[in-house]
Design a binder for this molecule. Structure first.
Ligand SMILES: Nc1ncnc2c1ncn2[C@@H]1O[C@H](COP(=O)(O)OP(=O)(O)OP(=O)(O)O)[C@@H](O)[C@H]1O
Ligand SMILES: [Mg+2]
Length: 333
């Protein structure tokens, strides 16, 4: 059976809609206007043990809501959810012991304690045997470089430092399932690389099932075998990165190196297709962006053959960053 199963998962938030101005404030006191925000509208997926799945989507898509439902912080409005056979919101305590969670935007550590104290306290809450705590702390400190910050109060840490501590905290009890909501937010390139190494190591050693949300597509490329794309509470895509590129990545680039400086107007004439995206990033290099459903690199080259002094050619796939941007901008229906 799959580690995580969601069926028609739905979450509606009931919030009050505030009126403007002083008089509005008075009216709000007397009679609140309520409104419903449909954060998730029937999302279904199944995740196998040991999978690392990336959850992506524009701001407000419903990613954090999904994580909060999966961790049992919120109760679904409708639909079914099970994580290792446990219902996250009905069996909260039992669920808490089997999951680790990191919200990159906020910390689960006590603000005024030193990092080491906060970790020890968590270890006691989770009943981690002292010997295990020592070994894990040592490993985590090494990979995440925690040593220099262990004795600082949590509130004095930078965002990247704090998230590293949060990640260590989330894994103290060695949970089989890990949820990460924007784990690499605010991290510099070096720390991001460490963080990803750590996530990979955890997965390899313990076979941890991981769901992470991110706005950094390189997290997906480096860590996730599969991605779920949600937008406005609906699941738009569920599959591998290759399939994602195949379904959405309609733009390819043909790179042509010439023996002479590029004359863009002439090239436009030779190619004769207004939908192509032409540019000359180098003096003698022409790049042609084309829709692979409309034509092929071979056809484009044939139009230039014998008329332009071609020295070398290469093609490039659309990168995932560009695809995601196009989807978010409503490029695809
Ligand atoms: N407690 C709440 N009360 C009312 N509406 C909420 C609440 N939390 C989230 N929402 C709304 O639900 C929708 C989904 O929010 P959610 O936080 O899940 O988005 P997200 O995909 O995590 O976005 P981001 O990329 O900005 O983190 C948004 O429209 C948001 O305004
Ligand atoms: Mg979010």
């Amino acid at each position: 059976m799959a580690a995580i199963v969601a069926r028609e998962l739905t979450k509606h938030y009931r919030t009050s809609r505030r009126r403007e101005g002083v008089w509005g404030g008075v009216l709000d006191l007397v009679a609140r206007r309520r409104e419903t925000v449909k954060a998730l509208s029937g999302v279904s997926f199944a995740i196998e043990r040991g999978e690392t799945v990336g959850l992506i989507g524009p701001n407000g898509a419903g990613k954090s809501t999904t994580i909060k439902l999966l961790t049992g912080i919120l109760r679904p409005t409708a639909g079914e959810l099970s994580v290792l056979g446990v219902s996250p919101w009905r069996q909260r305590r039992r669920h808490a012991m089997q999951i680790g969670v990191v919200f990159g935007q906020r910390t689960q550590l006590w603000w005024d304690l030193a990092v080491i104290e906060a970790l020890k306290l968590l270890a006691r809450i989770y009943r981690v045997p002292p010997a295990d705590f020592e070994t894990r702390l040592k490993t985590f400190s090494e990979i995440l470089d925690l040593e220099p910050i262990l004795h600082r109060p949590v509130r004095k840490l930078s965002l990247g430092q704090r998230t590293r501590c949060d990640l260590a905290a989330s894994l103290l009890h060695n949970p089989p399932v890990l949820f990460l909501d924007e784990p690499t937010i605010g991290m510099d390139a070096a720390v991001k690389a460490r963080m990803r190494d750590f996530i990979r190591a955890t997965r390899e050693i313990n076979g941890t099932t991981i769901i992470l949300t991110t706005h950094d597509t390189s997290d997906i490329e480096e860590l996730c075998g599969r991605l779920l794309l949600i937008d406005r509470g609906l699941l738009l895509f569920d599959g591998t990165l290759e399939r994602f590129k195949d379904s959405y990545g309609r733009w390819r680039t043909l790179i042509v190196d010439l023996a002479e400086p590029v004359d863009l107007d002439r090239m436009r004439q030779l190619l004769g297709d207004p939908d192509l995206k032409l540019s000359a990033p180098l003096e003698r290099r022409l790049t042609i962006g084309f829709d692979r459903r409309a034509c092929t690199a071979h056809e484009l080259l044939a139009r230039l053959e014998g008329k332009a002094p071609i020295r070398d050619v290469a093609t490039a796939e659309a990168d995932i960053e560009a695809i995601v941007r196009e989807i978010y901008e409503g490029f695809y229906p």
